[in-house]
Design a protein around this ligand. Sequence first.
Ligand SMILES: Cc1ncc(COP(=O)(O)O)c(C=O)c1O
Length: 407
Amino acid sequence: MATLKKMKKRIPFGTISITDKSKGLIKDILDSNRVSSGRYVRELEKSFARLIGAKEAVAVSSGTDADALALAVLHDFGAKREDEVIVPALSFVATGNSVLQAGFRPVFVDVEKDTLNISPDKIEAAITKKTRAIMPVHLMGKPAEMDSINNIAKRHNLFVVEDAAEAYGAAYKGKNVGTIGDMAAFSLYVAHIITTIEGGMVVSKRTDFAEVLRSLRSHGRACKCESCVLNVSSGYCDKRFQHGDNQDIRFVFERIGFSAKMNELEAAIGLGNLDRYHDILNKRRENLLYMIEKFREFKPYLYTIEESPHEKIGPHAFAIILGEGAKFSRNELVSYLEKQGIDTRNLFLSMPTQCAGFGYLGKKIGDFPNAEYIGNMGLHVGIHQDLNKEDLDYILNTVREFLLKVK
Ligand SMILES: Cc1ncc(COP(=O)(O)O)c(C=O)c1O
């Protein structure tokens, strides 16, 4: 009898759910010729705000823009160019880039190896007279220690902007991630739980912040309407000449802005996706919790982030980190998984010391030991809605096989 060969599978890192509703809306939008930011973008913003439990939501063209614009709002509220924003040393590089794009200087603080998030104990030492905000990242959907962060911010009169790009469905002490700081930025990039293909969203409870965000996404012009009457109905804009003689609101630039609007086609993808939000979230949560539990057998060679009783991890992807004494390298594990058809991504880098662009800050390897450790030893794989238990068992079996070979 022929021996049964283990069937090689393909486990993609991400997936996208484009619904029939989205396809129908896209056809309507194209037929109508009204394609730039208008009623569907506004509808997406309203639904998104309801879902997160925020008063305001402002759609932009990427998660990076969401981070940058949220920070840039602070220029209207006392911040000066070249002021400082505290961010974790470990994140997707967009977090650090966005601080610079907003006109601030990033000040990096090391993370904790078990949570991957900014160490609250190290934040205060990084605060100077120029610090204006702390931007914690809920990496891999694990909520940052928001009580400590908010307390520090309160003591030093700082804003808190959550980078919630990876944290859909995450909760901290009963509060939805995204509603705990002054503002929060989400990414709507493909493979995120809500996607518009490319896109981002800033949420806040403050209407004055939302108004500035709407100006910022459109070059800093004086327009702050929830949607532009010209794009929604080709109506007459009665605010157009309210800035005085010879002034046109579309050419009154109140602040340094961005070109970061979302278009109607992207909003249509998002609106269809939102209808499936709870199904997607539940399936991913089920997958994540299954993987967290099963993965404990691989300690001390490999570990992942755990969920504590006070929180819910947003099921973005599954982190895998080599234990201290592992006798194999991250790239050996990555090659083994990839050869077995399992997509992997590295678990980001220490921005100040492992990303060349931040070299100008003069930091050196060893300054952020935990972020650097994860930068060398971490990876992540998919746990998305199109993976079933058999797929997850395939990942687990492949890791088991690898460890048996190298341990
Ligand atoms: C933590 C974090 N911040 C910001 C971003 C930027 O989002 P985008 O790729 O939509 O620009 C990402 C990307 O996924 C991210 O993981």
